[in-house]
Design a protein around this ligand. Sequence first.
Ligand SMILES: Cc1cc2nc3c(=O)[nH]c(=O)nc-3n(C[C@H](O)[C@H](O)[C@H](O)COP(=O)(O)OP(=O)(O)OC[C@H]3O[C@@H](n4cnc5c(N)ncnc54)[C@H](O)[C@@H]3O)c2cc1C
Length: 202
Amino acid sequence: MTHSETFPVTENTRLRRLPRRGSYDHAAVHAILDEALVAHVGFIGSAGQPVVLPTAFARRGDVVILHGSVVGRLMKTLAEGVPLCLTVTLLDGLVLAKSAFHHSMNYRSVTVFGHARLVTGANEKEAALRALTERLTPGRWDALRPVTAKEVAATTVLELPLLEAVAKTRSGPPVDDAEDLDWPVFAGVVPLSMVAGDAIPA
Ligand SMILES: Cc1cc2nc3c(=O)[nH]c(=O)nc-3n(C[C@H](O)[C@H](O)[C@H](O)COP(=O)(O)OP(=O)(O)OC[C@H]3O[C@@H](n4cnc5c(N)ncnc54)[C@H](O)[C@@H]3O)c2cc1C
């Protein structure tokens, strides 16, 4: 029997609510990160106000790569090494129960806690930007007009080490109360998925 490596269970990531839906396996966390295209990053802004911002990202090995404008608040704040929480969510379905109370959603989600670090060095930055581009549009980096030194300098690249992470998943039909099962309304799952349309030439 083989064991996947697992993330430690910490005060941040210990699932108290429905822990059976959780997984600390690297493989489970990586699979969700690798399917999602958008992450939401939460941190405390300068005035003490919590902020959550959506952003593109890519996993490369044991780190998540983030990038953005050097003048943007997101990159400037995260580059200071502030505590952050990164969340990704894959929505798999609406779960329609007999009662409003038991409605739910099928999903696969991940939370990562930690501190980002600045990637310095033009070569390291370019490698990270390549990984990010290839993640979103595989095979495209080499076909593109090569990135310039000025563009690399205008882009902040951050790495978030995957040290503290957990996945949570719901799947399957609604869980109705036995006495509701004959109630005359549809119950079941409406599957949802993200589908790419036909590309529209510019
Ligand atoms: C698409 C979607 C819809 C949801 N709708 C609702 C809703 O309407 N109402 C509601 O109360 N909850 C909803 N949830 C579940 C919600 O995300 C929390 O799991 C739940 O509210 C329990 O939160 P908690 O802080 O009490 O859990 P706790 O178990 O105390 O959380 C402890 C730690 O577990 C981890 N964790 C908790 N939830 C998740 C998660 N979903 N994914 C990854 N890690 C997690 C985090 O690291 C967190 O810090 C939804 C989840 C998804 C993905």
